[in-house]
Design a protein around this ligand. Structure first.
Ligand SMILES: C[S@@+](CC[C@H](N)C(=O)[O-])C[C@H]1O[C@@H](n2cnc3c(N)ncnc32)[C@H](O)[C@@H]1O
Length: 339
């Protein structure tokens, strides 16, 4: 008789799930210390790396051994640690890189936010104001070092989903596009590079726009305008399309309606609304969006939405949901046309 595969007991599965926080913490620390960059050229021992970064060799060895146990670095028989495909993604110059994203998840504000998830669930409110007295984007404005990490993390995510969006959508009928709250501009830069006929505008908060001036848009700056402001007060008018990635999921319905109505008012006849976000499928299926949704509950005050929720949001703002276009990334493009 063939041996039957054994299902691990439920407590083993649960311990694995709970250990996820140790894995994330260790990988975040590895990224913060810059170790993946230091082992790119050749394997190194904990002692060598500790001398390079000014760390305790034994403590560093324990960190490296822990991350190697989950495939982030590999320990050789000589005790030296070498790069693996996963650790390579944590290098600062990797494409895509997730170094800033990993660092961000280890920041104090991030950890404190997650430790308040029960507060968010009990009250339906976001945690940042409870902890720091200000909402997330105000907190970032007041803390330039954290803002830099956050903006870099957003740019890193755009290295992955930017090309996926630019490839999935046909921009042929569009001449002018505004990227609402587009961070440092990598999504817009990717779209402009792939569509030489397009003119773009990056719209952002003033302190974020400062970082965009020397950022990814530089090679296409002759076809791009930078505009700063508060998207809830006004948006640049007269565009054929408004695109917003990871914006609608940051906000509750009433703020989204306010923003989408402003875009409706500003859009040229026959124009488009392009919302790039996860579209949640009801049921038990795994999707990253269902976990990201908790992040939206803790830090801003938004949520990931189902198709029906997007349809209702669009209808309340003068738009009609025309179609949902999947991309090679977990996000979809939810396309609106004037109702
Ligand atoms: C989750 S990030 C997404 C950035 C970018 N769209 C991306 O996908 O990488 C949200 C962005 O919204 C911007 N933002 C927040 N409140 C804003 C406001 N009132 N007006 C303009 N931009 C705002 C933030 O500065 C931040 O860059």
């Amino acid at each position: 008789m063939m041996p039957q595969p054994q299902t691990p007991p439920a407590h083993v599965g649960l311990l694995q799930i709970m250990n996820g926080i140790f894995v994330a913490g260790a990988v975040s620390c590895l990224a913060q210390l810059g170790i993946p960059d230091l082992v790119e050229a050749a394997p190194k021992s904990a002692q060598e790396l500790a001398t390079q970064i000014g760390a305790d060799p034994q403590a560093l060895y324990r960190l490296l051994r822990a991350t190697a146990s989950v495939g982030v670095l590999s320990e050789g028989p000589d005790g030296k640690f070498s790069q693996t495909p996963v650790s390579a993604v944590l290098r600062s110059q990797a494409t895509p890189s997730l170094r800033a994203f990993a660092i961000m998840s280890g920041r104090e504000w991030h950890g404190r936010g997650w430790s308040h998830l029960d507060y968010c669930v009990r009250t339906g409110k976001q945690a940042m104001e409870q902890i720091y007295g200000v909402p997330i984007f105000e907190f970032l404005k007041q803390h330039p070092a954290e803002s830099q990490i956050f903006n870099d993390a957003m740019t890193e995510l755009s290295m992955i989903d930017g090309p996926a969006v630019a490839e999935a959508y046909n921009f042929a009928g569009i001449r002018t596009i505004v990227d609402i709250a587009g961070g440092h501009g990598l999504l817009l830069a990717t779209i402009l590079q792939m569509n030489p006929h397009l003119q773009g505008t990056l719209y952002e908060m003033p302190h974020v726009l400062d970082g965009a001036r020397s950022g990814p848009l530089m090679p296409v700056m002759e076809r791009c305008t930078l505009a700063s402001g508060d998207m809830f007060s006004s948006v640049p008018a007269g565009a054929d399309a408004y695109i917003m990635k990871h914006i609608i999921h940051d906000w509750p319905d009433d703020r989204c309606v306010q923003l989408l109505q402003a875009c409706r008012k500003g859009v040229n006849p026959g124009g488009r609304l392009l919302v790039v976000d996860s579209v949640i499928q009801p049921g038990n299926d795994f999707s990253p969006g269902k976990l990201l949704d908790l992040q939206m509950m803790i830090f801003p005050s938004g949520c990931e939405r189902t198709e029906k929720q997007f349809r209702d949001l669009f209808a309340a703002s003068g738009w009609r949901l025309n179609r949902i276009i999947p991309t090679a990334a977990p996000d979809s493009i939810v396309e609106g046309v004037p109702a």
